[in-house]
Design a protein around this ligand. Structure first.
Ligand code: ADP
Ligand code: DAR
Length: 346
């Protein structure tokens, strides 16, 4: 990574929160700072500089980044999450507090439901600053906890390093395999030593998945076909609590669960459905109005920067920080109910 002494100039059409909040004054104040792990401003903002089409453009290398570079992270967090530097985050993963009877019992609209949380290990640097040895040790520690899971969560761990074609093709066929090469993560230093220290765990039923050392150190994922959002959340909640009995997650009462990308702070939860809305999607203005009213994000169906296919959309909660996990799922559920009602009206 080349030395960053000059204030970076972003293209005219750059709309990233980094370009908006990195003033010359903030740059001058922060440019020579480093965290105890030696993580610099230059490393934090490199992704947004190399990828001017970023929406955000900055990643933390450790929990301390959020205080060392608070002059830049705080306004970005405030704008993205509507969350001030004195606000406190609360967590609630209790499924009993969720009101979500299946909104589509006939399976006319919802193809599949997936709820994921990102988690990182307390006391270790995050992905952009972790060492090779620390990352490999983390993989051993977390995969051992996962291989100890019992009952419906029991399954197997598949390291990416040295993965055979048979396992690889099966994981791709199941849409479980995460791939390297994302340019945003690459420029953030999150793909270093790829595929070393990375791997995928899934249960025998293929409804529970854990990615190790992708963007976050754990992505804990519950998913199944259809719209039984309650069942998906209940499984996730149980899995998070069983894993947490074996490893300590990085958390503080201001930012909640600590993530490398500031958009995932707090709950680090994205609760999504892949849903068919052929009539409503012909009126994107109304579609987006309903989505905005319910704090929903509309994505394509093959990941974050993909397009919709066959009139199927990935609909998920947008709020992650300053709301509990139950409220994230309730946001998504209430939005999906409103979208289905509008589709039926049409
Ligand atoms: P995340 O940050 O939650 O991992 P992505 O948009 O990158 O989000 O999705 C990761 C993968 O999960 C993609 O392959 C996407 O197709 C899949 N996915 C996301 N939501 C669902 C869903 N509701 N049903 C099935 N697959 C999903
Ligand atoms: N692509 C980066 C990150 C945006 C949020 N998505 C994450 N963290 N996967 C950007 O700045 O657009």
């Amino acid at each position: 990574m080349k030395e960053l002494n000059e204030f970076p100039i972003f293209p005219e059409d750059c709309a990233s929160l980094l370009s908006k909040h990195l003033s010359r004054a903030v740059f001058a104040k922060l440019k020579n700072r480093q965290t105890a792990n030696g993580f610099s401003l230059q490393q934090a903002i490199n992704s947004g500089i190399q990828n001017p089409d970023s929406g955000i453009g900055i990643y933390a290398g450790d929990e301390e980044s959020y205080t060392t570079f608070a002059g830049l992270f705080d306004p970005i967090i405030a704008e993205y999450h509507g969350f001030s530097k004195t606000d406190r985050h609360r967590s609630n993963l209790n499924p009993a507090d969720l009101h979500a009877p299946n909104p589509d019992p006939e399976n006319q609209y919802i193809v599949s439901t997936r709820i994921r949380v990102g988690r990182n290990i307390a006391g270790l640097p995050l992905g952009p600053a972790i060492s090779t040895e620390q990352r490999n040790q983390l993989e051993q520690q977390v995969s051992a906890v996962l291989n100890g899971l019992q009952g419906k969560l029991a399954g197997s761990y598949y390291p990416l390093q040295g993965m055979g074609e048979k396992d690889r093709n099966q994981l791709i066929a199941d849409h479980f395999l995460f791939k390297g090469g994302d340019r945003f993560l690459e420029a953030a230093g999150l793909n270093r030593d790829w595929p070393g220290g990375r791997g995928i765990y899934h249960n025998d039923e293929k409804t529970f998945l854990v990615w190790i050392n992708e963007e976050d150190q754990l992505r804990i994922i519950s998913m199944q076909m259809g719209g039984d959002i309650n069942a998906v959340f209940t499984r996730l909640s149980r899995a998070v609590s069983e894993i947490e009995s074996g490893v300590k997650f990085s958390f503080n009462d201001h930012l909640g669960y600590i993530s490398s990308c500031p958009t995932n702070l707090g709950t680090a939860m994205r609760a999504s459905v892949h849903i068919k809305l052929p009539k409503l999607s012909a009126d994107m203005k109304t579609f987006k109005q309903i989505a905005d009213q319910h704090h929903l994000q509309i994505r394509g169906i093959h990941g974050e920067h993909s397009e919709s296919e066959g009139g199927i959309y990935d609909i998920s909660n947008r709020r992650r920080l300053g709301v509990t996990e139950v409220e994230c799922v309730q946001d998504m559920y209430d939005g999906v109910v409103a979208l289905i009602a509008q589709e039926k009206l049409l």
